[in-house]
Design a protein around this ligand. Structure first.
Ligand code: AKG
Length: 270
């Protein structure tokens, strides 16, 4: 299936591509059958938030991780191959549109892109749920493994006004907050670390979505969340301070060294 032509909303890094009907009604019913199955439902867990300031205050939703297809076995519980391909195509189109500076996926010695694909996040928001915290999907400072994320694709799997009420996907562009009008099957793509977004509270029904992230191959960054993150940040700060102190002591020592000693070093090298 050819990818629907996306519309770009906004300019620069803080903008997004809207893909109308990335999934057709028929595709949606296949995906919903899949996510309603025992494998996906059995693995549903609480979605975590790395900087949570209070239980469920910033995010309160359920997630299950959909592995990419690994075999041709019909009983394989992984996502249908075509779905993964479709999301990859949307991500590739987003990468092309924004360029590798805003969406870095890495490049090998032969000049080929080297993107990495995370399992797809399937998300459920029953009434009362939300992802109310304004967030990006990674930090430009790159301290956690998630910070290698480059491209985000969000697909809405439920019909607003029919399957659920509330649950608006909102974005902040140049300080201005707005709602993204999405229908079931629509997707949006954006630079993962640049666009602030959130999902407001679902007032009734069940909102479902999928989120797909493409990353660049990353350093093995430690996962640092909550109190652990604060402790690690304090340790980093202390380490940086000690390093700066040692450097300054070394510089002072060097400035005080007699010229003759420098000469000695030079002579020894010859
Ligand atoms: O469910 C959505 O529409 C988006 C969820 C989201 O922003 C996230 O999981 O990071």
């Amino acid at each position: 299936m050819a990818l629907p032509q996306p519309t770009r909303v906004g300019r620069g890094a803080e903008s997004y591509l809207h893909f109308p009907s990335l999934l057709s009604a028929k595709d949606l019913s296949v995906v919903l059958d899949h996510v309603n199955g025992g494998e996906v439902q059995g693995a549903i867990e609480e979605g975590i938030l790395f900087t949570d300031v209070g239980a469920n205050r910033d995010r309160n939703s359920k997630v299950s991780w959909l592995e990419r297809p690994s075999t041709a076995d019909e009983d394989d519980p992984t996502v249908p191959e075509w779905l993964h391909t479709r999301l990859r195509k949307a991500a590739a189109a987003t990468h092309t549109r924004y360029g590798d500076k805003l969406c870095p996926v890495g490049i090998d010695k032969l000049g080929r892109w080297t993107p990495k694909y995370e399992p797809i996040q399937y998300t459920e928001y029953p009434a009362g749920s939300h992802y109310g915290a304004w967030h990006t999907d990674g930090d430009v400072d790159e301290v956690d493994p998630e910070d290698t994320r480059s491209v985000t694709i969000v697909v809405l799997l439920a019909s607003p006004g029919e399957d659920f009420e509330g649950g608006h996907f909102e974005v902040e562009i140049k300080g201005k907050k707005s709602r993204v009008k999405l229908q079931a099957g629509d997707a949006i793509g954006f630079p993962a670390k640049r666009l602030y977004h959130r999902v407001t509270k679902i007032t009734s029904g069940l909102r479902r979505s999928m989120v797909f992230w493409v990353s660049r191959p990353g350093k093995d960054l430690p996962a640092r969340y909550g109190a652990e993150a604060e402790a690690a940040a304090a340790a980093d700060k202390a380490k940086a301070k000690a390093k700066a102190k040692a450097k300054s002591a070394k510089t002072k020592q060097k400035a005080m060294q007699p010229a003759a000693q420098e000469g000695t070093v030079k002579r020894q090298r010859r």
